[in-house]
Design a protein. Structure first.
Length: 194
């Protein structure tokens, strides 16, 4: 149970839920409630397809390119750290000028950016035990559904926390991401130096 819970928390934080929420609120300010609902479902579907593809293709990509999982772990960890810094500083990712914003910029790069991509590839590649892989996959799916639920409840959450409260939650997510990034870099570097 703790492995599942740890996996869900890790994936949930990786998907930057509160930054995604703040961008969703910002980019959908002039849309109707039904348009927001449709958009939230599209975003959830896109994130689902992207994340599962990355999770299952990790080993294939590493073998095709000829790099080790630890090398990629260090690189992904550094990217994740840069993403965490952006969240804490409140810098927006992506271009908000597009009409259909479900895939770009909300799914990619707001929710699944380069750092999340790297972390999903590493996680999918490093788990070889079938039971653990199933648990990790289940926790990933639950994290994606959680992001979808947050986006579906965006109006309610915005009324509850106000815009500034959502920004604070986004910055806290950045702090957790930086810790996760440090752990990835340390583990990759330690394994490479052996």
């Amino acid at each position: 149970m703790s492995y599942f819970l740890n996996g869900w928390i890790k994936f949930f934080v990786l998907l930057t839920p509160f930054f995604a929420l703040s961008m969703f609120v910002l980019l959908t300010a002039n849309r109707s409630a039904s348009e927001k609902r449709t958009l939230a479902l599209k975003v959830m579907a896109a994130v689902f397809v992207i994340c599962l593809t990355l999770f299952f293709l990790g080993n294939v990509i590493f073998q095709a390119v000829g790099i080790t999982i630890d090398s990629f772990r260090v690189g992904a960890g550094l990217l994740l750290f840069l993403s965490a810094v952006e969240l804490v500083q409140g810098r927006p990712k992506g271009d908000a000028s597009e009409k259909d914003i479900a895939v770009v910029p909300l799914s990619v790069p707001v929710i699944v950016g380069p750092a999340t991509t790297g972390a999903l590839l590493v996680t999918g590649a490093e788990i070889t035990d079938g039971r653990q892989r199933l648990i990790a996959l289940t926790s990933l799916v639950l994290a994606i559904l959680s992001i979808g639920a947050i986006l579906l409840a965006a109006d309610f959450i915005e009324r509850l926390f106000k815009r500034k409260g959502i920004v604070v939650l986004s910055k806290l997510t950045g702090l957790f991401l930086s810790a996760l990034a440090s752990q990835m870099v340390f583990e990759g570097a330690r394994n490479l130096l052996r």
